[in-house]
Write a protein that binds this ligand. Structure first.
Ligand SMILES: NC(=O)c1ccc[n+]([C@@H]2O[C@H](COP(=O)([O-])OP(=O)(O)OC[C@H]3O[C@@H](n4cnc5c(N)ncnc54)[C@H](OP(=O)(O)O)[C@@H]3O)[C@@H](O)[C@H]2O)c1
Length: 353
């Protein structure tokens, strides 16, 4: 092992707020030392943003926060201390720091070095560059755990993806098409060619439909959807509460989590309506359909499976934009726009491709 510097540059979250205020560049953040058995040290090449990153900054109040901590979750990098694990020094890897690990270790991926359990990483497929691989883990794990783990989607079934151009939706469409399912997906019109290019059989421009649930009720599919995957994070539960007309009786509505972008009366009311719709039994007037929320979690087996799917080209990364390390605030502006098509990547190593 080559000698490693004692301190590093890292974007650290030091207060509650929007990223421009909450995240500051610390040039003296300690490089993790003293690896425990099963942990490796990784030199990060690139990191990618997820909505989880700014949501933790914005919503976690001081009394339960683990601040200061390094921001973000997804990365690609190179092992610099394999520490007796199955990896070797020099192995190119990708992976993630999930929220519990971030809380326990105060580490995030917008830093030059990470100490991470070997179960959270996989060898980067040679067909992906470090920039392409930086953002694949969290979103593809979420899509995979929703569609394979929760829904057990089958080739003869139809999947409706609300948000076909979200990072999660992009992998959901690719996975569903790879197993032979039919896919109907929404996005704004500018993303139609992109979403169809991922394999979607039908496209709905949500900007032209009016309320989506009303449109789907009026244009109900001849064979109802088996799975509705809501990947945008709708607070309004109407897509679920009206779903009897377009979701099969034994189908499932999966949400990535109805999280508000701001706290106000409307968000509170929608939250109460969602709670009522998913918690009350159907005989009390609730919806006679299954509602599940996917909560992405680390799984060595899922990571290995996804690694194979990326390596054989079944899943393809999509990069929306790439920023220099110093420009992380600009990268956060992009994700906060809610208009990104694919992952927003921050180069930690300026030479990363
Ligand atoms: N529970 C979990 O384990 C978990 C895991 C991962 C993500 N999430 C959550 O899932 C959500 C999506 O995350 P992400 O990283 O995939 O998002 P993202 O890539 O940042 O989403 C951006 C995309 O959202 C689309 N979009 C915005 N409003 C839309 C609407 N009304 N209808 C359809 N598409 C719309 C935009 O397409 P247009 O420009 O065409 O509008 C844009 O391409 C976030 O809320 C995130 O926190 C949860």
């Amino acid at each position: 092992m080559t000698s490693i510097q004692k301190t590093q540059r890292a974007w650290t979250v030091i207060r509650r707020g929007t990223p421009d205020n909450a995240a500051v560049l610390n040039k003296e953040w300690p490089v993790p030392q003293d690896l425990r058995p099963g942990e490796v040290l990784v030199k990060v090449q690139a990191a990618a943003l997820n909505p989880l990153g700014w949501k933790l900054m914005k919503f976690i109040p001081g009394f339960i926060s683990w601040r200061p901590y390094v921001a973000e979750h997804d990365f690609s990098g190179v092992i610099v201390n394999a520490n007796g694990t199955k990896f070797k020094d020099g192995d190119p890897v990708f992976g993630w720091i999930d929220a519990p690990l971030q809380r326990a270790s105060k580490q995030g991926t917008l830093a030059e070095y990470l100490k991470i359990p070997a179960e959270h990483i996989a060898v980067r497929p040679p067909n992906l560059t470090p920039v392409q691989a930086a953002g694949i883990t969290l979103a593809s794990l979420t899509a995979y755990q929703a569609l394979k783990g929760i829904a057990d989607l089958q080739p003869d079934q139809t999947l409706f993806v609300n948000g076909g151009s979200t990072a999660v939706g992009i992998f959901a469409i690719q996975y569903a098409k790879a197993i032979g399912a039919k896919v109907v997906a929404t996005a704004s019109g500018k993303n139609e060619a992109f979403v169809r290019g991922l394999g979607a059989d039908e496209f709905i421009d949500y900007m032209k439909t009016g309320p989506l649930h009303t449109y789907l009720e009026k244009n109900a599919p001849s064979t109802k959807y088996q799975v509705i995957f809501e990947t945008v994070g709708f607070m309004d539960p109407s897509l679920f509460t009206h779903s009897a007309k377009y979701l099969a009786n034994d189908g499932v509505f999966i949400s990535t989590g109805p999280l508000p972008t701001k706290f106000n009366f409307s968000a509170l009311w929608d939250g109460l309506r969602t709670a009522g719709a998913v918690l009350l039994p159907a005989w009390l007037g609730s919806v006679n359909r299954k509602w599940k929320m996917v909560m992405v979690e680390n799984s060595v087996d899922d990571l290995q499976e996804l690694q194979k799917l990326f390596a054989n080209g079944t899943l393809k990364p999509v990069v929306d934009s790439v920023y220099e390390f110093e420009d992380a605030h600009k990268a956060y502006e992009r994700i906060l726009s809610s208009r990104a098509t694919g992952k927003i990547v921050v180069k930690v190593d300026p030479t990363a491709q």
